[in-house]
Design a protein around this ligand. Structure first.
Ligand code: ADP
Ligand code: MG
Length: 601
């Protein structure tokens, strides 16, 4: 109890307090108080009837820039806080709240000369940025810009064909204005073909980047991870913080990041805005990877799932409806339900009997038999409504800000390394910047675009000490089930699609594979009920007898039917025996929030 009260007091401690004018200057004055989690804005003049104050949560804030007036005679300094708070939508959908951009500019005018006012503006900007980035400060700290790290340099890789093909448009309308406000420096590269991103990351100089961000669906990040693991220095390379900004049709990892921050489950551009906000906050969490071996001996690294049966069938067969965006999965699901297929196979796994999600787990290879959990559920890869609702839901407008809201950046503002300020966001400047960045990038990294030779493709990475070779029986400590399956899914994230809350108890680094399977005999109605409930993550409450969920460390799927589809992270791989094991926390994911629970293996 004392601890909780202590934490509250600590969170609400006033770090800075000041009285400022407004911009545009209409005689309005405000009292501002900054705590670790909030900026309180109280109007002083004209005196309001109530003591209502505006509270900006810092989780909704991207950054803060200092500025000065065009007119030299004006000795005021300004600071502008860029926030994306939730506001009521005009047309209520879902919870009826969406993020809107709010740029609040304050005038520092208490001193006679600009330099003194500027010191105060700088102090506020630095304090706000420190709190956004998680840099600890207290009321005792001498707050200056020197507390801040240099702007992060992110390599943005964009698949122009992800989803419905609007990744570039969304990048221009949402991502770049936001990351610019957060002082993130970037190079943006559009991929030209499949595996381009994989080849690009083979050649990059790790020291040049603070993170690599996939702007697409989960498939592009799969390429990036495998490209990094193919490098001779994979052990270092895979420590590069990875981010994802959802512009594909399958946006499972983005949905998991959104969920881990405690944000409401949203789709389309709302999910993109949430994820961009979190990317700018920058906190990093360890991420489990699963090494997956197929019958030809090829080994790859997976961050999301391995699927066989219903889920992979829907995923791959719905490719022909790609023009529909993620609605393709809904249609694919309906088509598949009409011709429900079962697959005979052997499923083996190494149970994680010592598993307690969110609690430390002891490493153990010797296991007893069955480790099944009391609850069961049915997963389905990316379906229902992770779809193009976004056009109607696009509620905020970057250019809707009054020009008067935006004084020019002051000379002492840290230079925005992408060369422009989003407060004066200009598409032409942006386009020029992208072109020049592209040139600079190619100039320094010519090796990246060269085609990969076969030896570079040789997979490196940690040894699979839980696995026997695929042509040999599984170790004795494993459990084997031979049956007819509707689907088998090994998943390691909470979400399998933006609105598929498939494994609510999963963590980025719990060291677990959540193995789900549905056996033959389930009715179509029961299957539909399960996956409708999955939107809210309540599917395992249905106690469906055909559905099983197991926490495991490793698994092997041996199809005994000749035809079928297998996917890794939603990408099709050769059909035949396949196995995988978890590698605990080997990668790093930009989750943006410090709420992510970190567990040990
Ligand atoms: P979606 O969720 O819409 O399927 P993904 O990010 O999963 O989006 O990408 C789909 C596929 O496109 C992946 O296999 C990825 O490797 C591939 N890809 C990436 N860049 C390109 C490109 N420029 N042209 C064609 N395919 C690409
Ligand atoms: Mg996990």
């Amino acid at each position: 109890m004392n601890l909780v009260l202590g934490a509250c007091r600590e969170g609400s401690e006033t770090l800075l307090h000041g009285e400022f004018g407004a911009y545009p200057p209409k005689g309005t004055r405000y009292a501002l108080s900054l705590t670790r989690t909030e900026l309180h804005i109280q109007r002083l003049v004209p005196k309001p009837d109530t003591d209502h104050r505006t509270v900006l949560r810092l989780i909704d804030v991207l950054g803060c820039h200092t500025m000065r007036s065009h007119m030299i005679a004006n000795q005021s300094a300004y600071f502008c806080v860029y926030a994306y708070p939730l506001k009521k939508k005009k047309v209520a959908v879902g919870s009826g709240r969406a993020r809107h951009r709010a740029a609040k500019t304050f005038q520092v005018d208490s001193a006679e000369c600009y330099e003194d006012n500027q010191v105060v503006a700088e102090k506020w900007a630095a304090a706000i940025k420190c709190l956004v980035l998680g840099i600890p400060i207290s009321s005792e700290t001498e707050i200056t810009r020197s507390l801040l790290p240099r702007p992060r340099r992110l390599l943005l890789l964009l698949n122009p064909f992800g989803g419905k093909g609007n990744a570039l448009q969304w990048c221009q309308s949402h991502i770049l204005p936001m990351i610019t406000e957060a002082d993130v420096s970037f190079n943006l590269i559009q991929t030209e073909r499949q595996n381009h991103a994989r080849e690009l990351v083979h050649g990059i100089s790790l020291a040049e980047w603070d993170g690599i961000v996939a702007i697409s669906g989960d498939g592009l990040l799969h390429e990036v991870i495998n490209g990094l693991m193919e490098r001779p220095d994979w052990e270092e390379a895979i420590k590069m913080p990875l981010g994802i900004l959802p512009c594909g049709s399958g946006n499972a990892l983005a949905a998991a990041i959104n969920c881990s921050a405690g944000f409401e489950q949203v789709l389309g551009q709302e999910l993109l805005t949430n994820c961009t906000l979190l990317l700018c906050h920058g906190a990093v969490s360890p991420l489990d990877l699963v090494s997956v071996t197929t019958s030809s001996g090829s080994r790859s690294f997976s961050f999301l799932s391995v699927a066989w049966g219903f889920i992979s069938d829907v995923d791959i067969e719905s490719e022909k409806y790609r023009h529909m965006g993620s609605a393709r999965f809904t249609l694919g699901t309906m088509v598949r339900l009409a011709s429900l297929t079962t697959y005979r196979g052997r499923l083996s796994y190494l149970p994680a009997l010592d598993r307690t999600a969110h609690r430390p787990i002891l490493r153990s290879i010797t296991m007893a038999a069955n480790g099944s959990l009391p609850f069961q559920h049915m997963p389905l890869h990316r379906t229902v409504s992770d779809m193009g609702l976004c056009e109607e839901r696009h509620t905020f407008c970057f250019r809707g800000v009054e020009p008067a809201d935006e004084p020019i950046p002051s000379p002492s503002s840290p230079p925005c390394s992408s060369g422009f300020h989003s407060s004066s966001f200009n598409f032409k400047t942006l386009t020029e910047q992208l072109i020049s960045d592209g040139k600079r990038f190619q100039g320094t990294n010519t090796a990246m675009a060269t085609p990969t030779n076969s030896s570079a493709r040789q997979m490196r990475g940690p040894p699979d000490d839980f696995l026997a070779p695929l042509d040999q029986p599984v170790p004795k400590s494993w459990v084997t089930v031979e049956d007819d399956f509707v689907l088998v899914l090994a998943i390691y994230q909470t979400h399998l699609g933006a609105d598929l809350f498939t494994a609510p108890f999963a963590c980025f680094n719990d060291g677990l594979i959540h193995l789900c399977y549905v056996k033959a005999g389930i009715s179509r109605a029961a299957l539909i009920r399960l996956f409708l409930a999955m939107e809210k993550g309540t599917h395992f409450e249905q106690e469906c007898p055909h559905l099983t969920l197991l926490p495991v460390r490793a698994f092997r799927i041996e199809p005994l039917t000749r035809k079928g589809i297998l996917t890794i992270d939603g990408e099709r791989v050769e059909y035949g025996p396949i196995q995988g094991q978890v590698h605990h926390g080997v990668a790093k994911l930009i989750t943006g929030s410090n709420r992510v629970k970190i567990t040990t293996f």
